[in-house]
Design a protein around this ligand. Structure first.
Ligand code: HEM
Length: 544
């Protein structure tokens, strides 16, 4: 019915974009066929039609006046949305092969520029770092970030600078990272034990799940001194069962990549197709109740005992409530930052560990070379210590190669320029979304020899590339102002976990499976994760 009302009479041209929107509407909204809903949708759609016309006009005006980077022709309304597919970093890599290292395209009415070469990345992240240091406005930032007061989605400005300073001077100092060393050691040992227990009697073990749980425990212990996964955690917490808390966390991690259609086609925001925004609010309410309890507990404990020996992140943030620079640390900011740390610290490290293990299962010769190195440095009678890591050069090369071939944040987080600028002679209007396609850069045959081969040896050469943001061929943590503040912590967690697992466990493939059959298929949810969990046989490797 709505379709009939909106489409032009038969025989006249109509836009494929409109058909797409109508399809979506029918799928999501028209099931309860009440006249009230239909009327409201009808009115919204009439407005939408007007907006569409204006949007197209704005687009063509913009195209006429600007010299945008080359790119595919957009469809009305949806722009090039349909070309991104399920794995945007793959589709965008193909787009760069067609149009060159700097490409423009449209997500709905939002202009996006993708850069996909070391030179263009250097231009954006170094030469014009300050200009491109903002983040686009997203529902995620507004809802989960308390109106973009969190770190990940904060626009570039004094509030974000204050939080970065807190990271630099308080949360991720070498001393603070050291303070949590015992937590990492315990959690990694618990992981090894859990893997060996689960693998008893030749049972297949789903390794991904155990590694993610270890990573979550590691983060929650550092952030607010609690564990929620594994056999060591209490069965209830703050009036909730352990399972309820775990479920909330899982929903939270999953929702991180959601982009409601209204974020890119604003006139559809009101309709909230797929109910993405409603789900985000529901999740925020759950998380907020949880975080408020955590903050309350910490306040009470701090009042009773102001000088705690083992301060966690919440203690540090509470101690900054009245900072003398005039920046106020409110509960909302604290909750936004807690969410950031949980989100940015848990899955990234766990997924990168799993990519590393996946490649090691595909390459038994590399796995045994790595185990030999660990045995040489650590021996067979004690656990791996963090102090062993600097001597494990092959391990370093293996992790680097995993970060190169499988960057877990393949397009970085979206950047945005607050003012208009030019890159390589092309106009970049203010508030353009900028994607840095590090996936394409790190697999570029002009930069890397045999880029699709997993070959850690490439990083043993003297002139090997560094990932700390100085070599624009290798940017798994980004570079410049918005680069990952948790890099050092993430690196230690990855190295220790891989080393300890390989040292203590003998992993083998299920009977009948060959190394080449280990899947490297991906799914994309802001991070690139493996599509199929890795199931392995796990047996003890050491006598103790
Ligand atoms: C393997 C581990 C990790 C990888 C590969 C990784 C990668 C990244 C990347 C690519 C970005 C976006 C950079 C950009 O947009 O230019 C980022 C941002 C961020 N990461 Fe990480 N990260 C990891 C671990 C961590 C950990 C352990 C934490 C903290 C506990 C963390 C906290 C953050 C935060 C807060 C941001 C947002 C920074 C901002 O917008 O200013 N990350 N990370």
């Amino acid at each position: 019915m709505v379709r009939a009302m909106l489409l032009p009479p038969a025989g006249q041209a109509h836009s494929p974009g409109l058909i797409h929107v109508l399809d979506l509407l029918e799928r999501h909204c028209l099931a309860p066929d009440t006249s009230l809903i239909l009327n409201s949708i009808y009115e919204d759609l009439l407005l939408a039609r007007e907006e569409m016309a204006k949007e197209r006009l704005r687009y063509f005006e913009a195209m006429k006046r600007q010299r945008l980077p080359p790119g595919p022709r957009p469809w009305p309304i949806i722009g090039n949305l349909h070309q991104l597919g399920k794995l945007p970093h793959h589709s965008l890599t193909k787009m760069a092969e067609t149009y060159g290292p700097i490409v423009s395209f449209w997500l709905g009415s939002k202009l996006v520029v993708m850069v996909a070469s070391p030179d263009s990345a250097r231009e954006v992240l170094k030469t014009q770092d300050q200009i491109f240091a903002s983040r686009p406005h997203t529902s995620n930032g507004v809802i989960r970030g308390y109106n973009r007061q969190n770190m990940i989605w904060a626009p570039y400005g004094p509030a974000w600078r204050f939080l970065r300073k807190v990271c630099q001077l308080e949360l991720f100092t070498a001393k603070r990272i050291m303070q949590f060393q015992h937590i990492r050691k315990e959690e990694v040992m618990n992981l090894v034990q859990a893997l060996l227990d689960a693998g008893r009697a030749g049972r297949l073990v789903e390794v991904d799940e155990k590694v993610t749980e270890m990573s979550a425990n590691n983060m929650t212990r550092m952030i607010f001194n609690k564990v929620y996964f594994g056999s060591n955690c209490p069965s209830t917490e703050l009036g909730k069962s352990k399972e309820e808390v775990q479920k909330t966390f899982r929903e939270f991690f999953r929702a991180a990549g959601a982009i409601p259609i209204g974020d890119i086609i604003p006139f559809l925001a009101k309709l909230d197709l797929g109910k993405e925004v409603a789900k985000m609010w529901k999740l925020r309410r759950k998380l907020e109740a949880f975080f408020r309890n955590i903050i309350k507990e910490h306040r009470q404990r701090r009042e009773a005992n102001p000088v705690a020996a083992d301060e966690d992140f919440v203690d540090v943030l509470l101690s900054l409530e009245e900072d003398n620079s005039g920046n106020k640390m409110t509960d909302e900011i604290i909750m936004g930052v807690l969410g950031d740390m949980l989100l940015a610290g848990t899955d990234t490290s766990a997924d990168q560990v799993m990519w590393t293990l996946t490649e090691l299962m595909r390459h038994p010769e590399i796995r045994s070379k790595l185990q030999q190195e660990i045995d040489q440095v650590v021996g067979q009678h004690r656990a791996v210590e963090e102090s062993d890591l600097p001597q494990l050069k092959y391990l370093e090369a293996v992790v680097k190669e995993s970060l190169r071939l499988h960057p877990v944040v393949p397009l970085l987080l979206p950047h945005e320029n607050l003012v208009k600028t030019k890159v390589f002679g092309y106009d970049i209007p203010a508030q353009t979304r900028v994607y840095l396609n590090v996936y394409a850069i790190q697999r570029d045959p002009q930069v890397w020899e045999n880029p699709l081969t997993f070959k850690p040896e490439r990083f043993l050469k003297k002139e090997n590339k560094d990932f700390r943001g100085h070599d624009f061929e290798f940017l798994p943590f980004g570079s410049g102002r918005r680069a990952c503040p948790g890099m050092n912590l993430g690196l230690i967690m990855m190295h220790l976990t891989v080393a300890q697992m390989l040292h203590a466990c003998e992993f083998s493939l299920p009977p009948g499976m060959t190394p080449e059959q280990v899947s490297v298929e991906e799914t994309f949810v802001l991070t690139a994760v493996r599509a199929h969990p890795l199931q392995l046989l796990v047996a003890p490797r050491l006598a103790h």
